[in-house]
Design a protein around this ligand. Structure first.
Ligand SMILES: C[S@@+](CC[C@H](N)C(=O)[O-])C[C@H]1O[C@@H](n2cnc3c(N)ncnc32)[C@H](O)[C@@H]1O
Length: 311
């Protein structure tokens, strides 16, 4: 029997975000949201931004698609929405905690594969493989190989996620972590016989989320972590010192990654490119760029969509 992969601190972070987001803000999703001009960047509007994003995402599902594999389905609300729209949906979720929540939500309407996508074993084939902010968590090649394995002939891959630009941080700058290099993705996709259909730059619409997250990390999460450490240090000084010493590198990494203020929208704009990418599987790619719609940075990205700017 295959050994289950260990749960990482990143998995725990996603579970924590799902539980707190739902409890405190009524959030249903784990993504950045789509912030059109005019929607004030506040926590109260995050739910609206996330609804905008889901509407935008589903509006890019090509005609003719009947079956969808939602890879890294988070809380399962996108899968549920797709199933309610009449698609035959299956989900992949490696997190036992999130998978349980997904099963409660979708009931028998969607099948949940509780495993990493890379480990998925199924004879089923799908018309579309969806990665809604989950692509960044997998190795590019393994995710593409697995997708080619589970796609029906002529099937599509729809990715909405953050990628890295080919920009090296200047001396003294740390840059912003996370996401695959966009150019690397383009070349791997081309080599995998995937033809680009749509490539939309949504960096402008996603980046406000960074300021919200930065603010929450610095002004809510960090004070909670600091006071918990202080409390433990006072109550159990020896044990606390030992644990802090044992995990000093990991603790330093967490502080550097999440609490150093490098997650602002300005840094995001500089180092990241948030894209909606729709690719079609073809046996031979004759012209990689034929038929691609690139709306450019932020331009026309909200075409044909009623976006909410309320509250
Ligand atoms: C940021 S959340 C996005 C959730 C959801 N798709 C959404 O748009 O709200 C990332 C998701 O990817 C999942 N994930 C992380 N690594 C994965 C892997 N190797 N295979 C499948 N899913 C993975 C996480 O469990 C989580 O559900």
């Amino acid at each position: 029997m295959k050994k289950k992969s260990a749960i990482t601190s990143r998995d725990l972070g996603l579970e924590f975000a799902a539980i707190c987001g739902k409890h405190f803000l009524g959030l249903e999703h784990l993504h950045y949201g789509y912030w059109p001009e005019g929607l004030a960047v506040t926590m109260n509007n995050l739910r609206t931004a996330q609804e905008n994003y889901t509407n935008f995402l589903v509006s890019h599902i090509p005609d003719g698609v009947k079956s969808i594999l939602d890879v890294g389905c988070g809380s399962g609300h996108t899968s549920k929405r797709l199933s309610d729209m009449g698609y035959k949906v299956s989900c992949v979720s490696p997190s036992p905690v999130l998978s349980e929540k997904v099963r409660e939500l979708v009931g028998n309407s969607c099948h949940v594969f509780e495993c990493k996508y890379e480990d998925l074993q199924t004879p089923n084939k799908f018309d579309l493989v969806l990665f809604s902010e989950s692509f960044q968590y997998m190795k590019v090649q393994r995710a593409l190989d697995k997708s080619m394995e589970v796609l029906n002939p002529g099937g599509h891959i729809l990715i909405c996620d953050v990628f890295r630009k080919d920009i090296e941080p200047q001396p003294g700058e740390k840059g912003v972590g996370g996401g695959h290099t966009l150019n690397k993705f383009y070349s791997r996709a081309a080599a995998a016989s995937l033809q680009p259909v749509e490539d939309i730059d949504l960096t402008q619409q996603a980046m406000p989320n960074m300021d919200l997250m930065d603010d929450t990390l610095k002004n809510v999460v960090r004070p909670i972590v600091d006071s918990t450490m202080n409390f433990l240090g006072g109550r159990y000084p020896l044990m606390s010192k030992v644990i802090q010493w044992m995990y000093r590198r990991r603790i330093a990494k967490v502080y550097q990654k999440y609490f150093n203020g490098n997650r602002s929208s300005a840094d995001f704009m500089k180092y990241k490119s948030y894209r909606l990418l729709l690719y079609k599987s073809v046996s031979r790619v004759s012209d990689q760029t034929k038929g691609v719609i690139d709306t450019g940075p932020g331009k026309q990205a909200n075409q044909g969509l009623a976006l909410q700017t309320g509250t």
